[in-house]
Design a protein around this ligand. Structure first.
Ligand SMILES: NC(=O)c1ccc[n+]([C@@H]2O[C@H](COP(=O)([O-])OP(=O)(O)OC[C@H]3O[C@@H](n4cnc5c(N)ncnc54)[C@H](OP(=O)(O)O)[C@@H]3O)[C@@H](O)[C@H]2O)c1
Length: 350
């Protein structure tokens, strides 16, 4: 019998923290050993402190654990982080400095030049950037990030096209689910029967993160993807699953059947290495003309598959289509978990 790696969750009581608890419950390699959150939760049993919002029950072992203070004392060496960006900016470097592997969802350090921003199917080689971090050299600790919840679905759909045909221009309009705003998030009076055409800093994050993810590792830095990109973000009254209307201009001409085949046939390192959280099919194309829809497609591949549909010619760029991915699984906890699995198989969690 093998011993599991003890892991901690920073921000364990929030929406993404809860997803970590859920996804780690039967994980073959990792085991929750430490939970931390704010002063509000510190010292309380997790089952009382977390306002559990998921459809599966809280794992009983975790429910009884005490929430620790968000300090490095007593924390395990592998930390999944789900803190608000302003708090993450302060706390994540402290944990890396103390020798922890910090695998985070927060935007705080994503665009820092020595911090890998990784989707294991798309740019696993970028993980090597962590060797440039001062924390790594000093204590062995490091920070690895996953993208924003809307950038990830977009890049999962664009990655296979970029490889096969090259990207010239990308325009994306999102319909963000409410769970993307955390809990309690957006007030019901603001969102019910309504659309909010503004999410702070989201459009900037989508544009810059997409370029970093589809960029090229060049020694100690990333050469950003050189395509033009424009994003517009809206919040809609959907519980889980961000939908995106995308238009692209490709560098080389492609037939629709070639594009669909590139999506459906796309497999990468997580599938080859059979990482435990990797979906069998990272991107799938659905043919009904009214799909994908969050209600029916967000949970595909245990929430790790990006679903694409409605490929058709665009009157301005070459092609337009709809992409959908689960924002708290592929867009947050599942993305970080897959990053940690990649780190483990590459020997970074020894
Ligand atoms: N929701 C998504 O779809 C999504 C997707 C991708 C990325 N993210 C990112 O993931 C992060 C967490 O998002 P979320 O939606 O889970 O937010 P959330 O539901 O508001 O949870 C925030 C967590 O941070 C803790 N916290 C707050 N202040 C703290 C402090 N001073 N010290 C230590 N812990 C503190 C909270 O603990 P208490 O319960 O004790 O207050 C809670 O556990 C954010 O950076 C967000 O942008 C979210």
């Amino acid at each position: 019998m093998t011993t599991k790696i003890p892991v901690g969750i920073l921000g364990a009581t929030g929406i993404v923290g809860q997803r970590f608890v859920q996804m780690l419950e039967h994980h073959p390699w990792f085991e929750v050993a430490w939970l931390a959150a704010s002063d509000r939760s510190e010292g309380r049993a997790y089952g009382e402190a977390a306002r559990w919002k998921l459809k599966t029950p809280i794992p009983s072992r975790v429910a009884e654990m005490r929430v620790a203070p968000a300090t490095t004392e007593g924390a395990p060496k592998v930390i999944f982080a789900a803190l608000d960006a302003s708090i993450a900016a302060e706390l994540e470097p402290r944990f890396a400095e103390a020798g922890c592997a910090v695998v985070t969802n927060s935007s705080a350090l994503r665009m820092q030049s020595d911090v890998p921003l990784v989707i294991p199917e798309i740019n696993p080689d970028h993980i090597k950037l962590l060797e440039c971090q001062a924390w790594r050299k000093k204590s062995g600790g490091f920070v690895v990030t996953n993208p924003n919840c809307s950038a990830i679905g977009l890049v999962m759909a664009l990655g296979p096209l970029e490889r096969a045909f090259g990207l010239d221009t990308v325009m994306a309009v999102t319909m963000h689910a409410v769970s993307g705003a955390g809990y309690p998030g957006v007030a019901s009076l603001d969102i019910l029967g309504n659309v909010i055409p503004y999410i702070a800093k989201e459009e900037e994050k989508m544009e810059e993160e997409t370029r970093k993810l589809l960029g090229r590792l060049n020694g100690s830095g990333i050469v950003m993807g050189s395509f033009d990109m424009s994003a517009q973000c809206n919040r809609v009254a959907v519980e889980d699953g961000h939908t995106e209307s995308v238009a692209v201009k490709l560098k080389r001409k492609a037939k629709p059947e070639e594009i669909i085949a590139k999506w459906n046939e796309f497999r990468s390192l997580p599938q080859e290495m059979r990482l435990p959280s990797a979906p069998e099919q990272p991107v799938r194309y659905v043919t009904p003309r009214d799909r994908p829809q969050p209600r029916f497609d967000a949970d595909c591949g245990n929430g790790m598959t990006t679903t694409v549909g409605r490929l058709r010619p665009c009157g301005v760029l070459d092609w337009k289509f709809t992409a959908l991915s689960h924002n708290t699984i592929r867009g947050a906890a599942g993305a970080a978990l897959l990053n940690a699995e990649l780190l483990k198989v590459q020997g970074y969690l020894e």
